[in-house]
Design a binder for this molecule. Structure first.
Ligand SMILES: [Zn+2]
Length: 173
């Protein structure tokens, strides 16, 4: 937890090389998140699920009251525990699993692929650490994700807003 609010980004891959410069993208994505929503967050660890010990890979976590196989998750929020500050873990191999390589050459696509998971996990941080509310935790995290994504698009991809609106219009028909 750096004094200047700088969150450290750590890369810990095992037999894996991410197809994009994920640390730089995460750093950029954090700049459009208001500081008060990052307060208390210690670090973001970029890793690959395939490099985790088998016991860990086959573990289960709870989501919306159901057990979900860890092998299906793309990120995890680790709440404050025994005096240790909260942190976020992103599994890049799972985040990029469904994207072909050519798609990841497009900055908007690769940035949003990471943003989708990072902002959801940050949503858990805001919910549990900064602004608690008694509601379903996955719904709350998804709402924060939408808010952070809207800020990102307004700041960095404002010129695409007419295109995004047009696409939504077509979808409604
Ligand atoms: Zn979640």
């Amino acid at each position: 937890m750096a004094e200047d609010g700088e969150i450290s980004i750590k890369e810990a891959y095992r037999d894996y090389k991410p197809p994009v410069d994920a640390a730089t993208i995460v750093r950029q994505l954090l700049t459009s998140v208001p500081d008060q929503h990052l307060r208390g967050l210690d670090c973001i660890v970029l890793t690959n699920l395939s490099g985790q010990p088998r016991r860990h890979r086959l573990g289960k976590i709870t989501s919306r009251g159901r057990k979900v196989a860890l092998s299906r998750t793309r990120g995890l929020y680790h709440p404050r525990w025994q005096g240790q500050p909260p942190w976020i873990e992103l599994y890049l191999d799972h985040i990029f699993r469904s994207y072909p390589r050519w798609a990841l050459r497009i900055p908007l696509i690769r940035n949003l692929a990471i943003a989708e998971v990072l902002y959801h996990e940050l949503g858990h941080h805001v919910h549990l650490f900064i602004r608690p509310e008694y509601r379903e935790k996955e719904d709350v995290a998804d709402e924060w994700k939408k808010r952070f994504t809207t800020i990102l698009i307004r700041r960095r991809y404002w010129y695409l807003i007419p295109l995004i609106r047009a696409l939504k219009m077509f979808r409604r028909k």
